[in-house]
Design a protein around this ligand. Sequence first.
Ligand SMILES: *Cc1c(COP(=O)(O)O)cnc(C)c1O
Length: 364
Amino acid sequence: MTIDLDAIADNWRTLSALAAPAECAAVVKADAYGLGIEPVAPALWRAGARTFFVAHFKEAVALRALLPDAVIYVLNGLLPDTAPDFAAAQVRPVLGSVAEVSEWSDFCRDRSADIPAAIHVDTGMHRLGLSLEEAVQLSGTFRLLGFKPSLIMSHLACADLPGHVLTARQRLVFADVARRFPGVPASLANSAGTLLGRDFRFDLVRPGIFLYGGVAIAGVPPLRPVVRLEVKVVQVSTAPAGETVGYGAAERLKRPSRLATVSIGYADGLFRAGGSSDAAKGVEAILAGKRCHLVGRVSMDLATLDITDLPEGSVQRGDTAVFLGDGISVDDLAVRSGTIGYEVLASLGTRYARRYVGGGSGGG
Ligand SMILES: *Cc1c(COP(=O)(O)O)cnc(C)c1O
């Protein structure tokens, strides 16, 4: 697995230029969408990112060690009695309920320390955030809190679905809430939201998937591809027509076939739903320069490609099949596996030999 840190940095710069004058943050939760926070976050910092979002406090602690001067927010918020940990790590919670706001405020007052935190308002997704009524009420008294909010934010549920009514409604609601917190920077947009126009960008945008080469909106090309996934052929074999391949005998060969068994399975994030059967063809990979389909089910550590259409002898044990790269995008693989690019990235296994290229301090 090759991860192109220059491509990630370029993708951030592209979004940053688009978002200006809004600040462009970087979302690096779930180990930078499975690509490795250790190399990825410093590459984003060198590209110019200064504000980072993770999901868990534990992720924030790891990130703090990598980036001593970054602003770091924890999206999943403040769990009970963890405020001292956040303060010690100089990490900001995204406060998602009245209880969290109170707990942080009390903590800051007890310490006589104004430690910044974000406030998350629910504008229609019903996942996290203060209700509208709670946010409006808080806006009347927020200057009396034990801390000064450093960000007022919300999250779009359907930014990747062009023209969805909820998106316009969330924007209107958020604009109304945000202006009730004068002097507090506002943030609404994820990757897809950043493309929806100036009205969605407010003071700070929070892209994730676009940085890593995923498409967030159907029909919009991804930025630079980031991940290349090459897998070894461990065996080449033949099988007569009428035989079946793999567990469950899910696919019966219609012709005498040549097969290449490759060293990748669902333990490596090749989804079992991406296998082939008599009913449907699954994931494609590139072998000897040509696209081939999986044949039969995906096992834990292995999968099999149909190479019957390739010239005889063109594939040998030890050759490489490309599952991502050379025109196969994260989203191509996702669609053929019945999922989304986010899940493909976040599921990339830990067994690959990972090679990071680029990401030096040059560039830009
Ligand atoms: C994950 C996440 C993002 C980034 O979303 P992308 O679609 O990957 O750009 C932004 N904001 C919040 C609250 C998130 O949970």
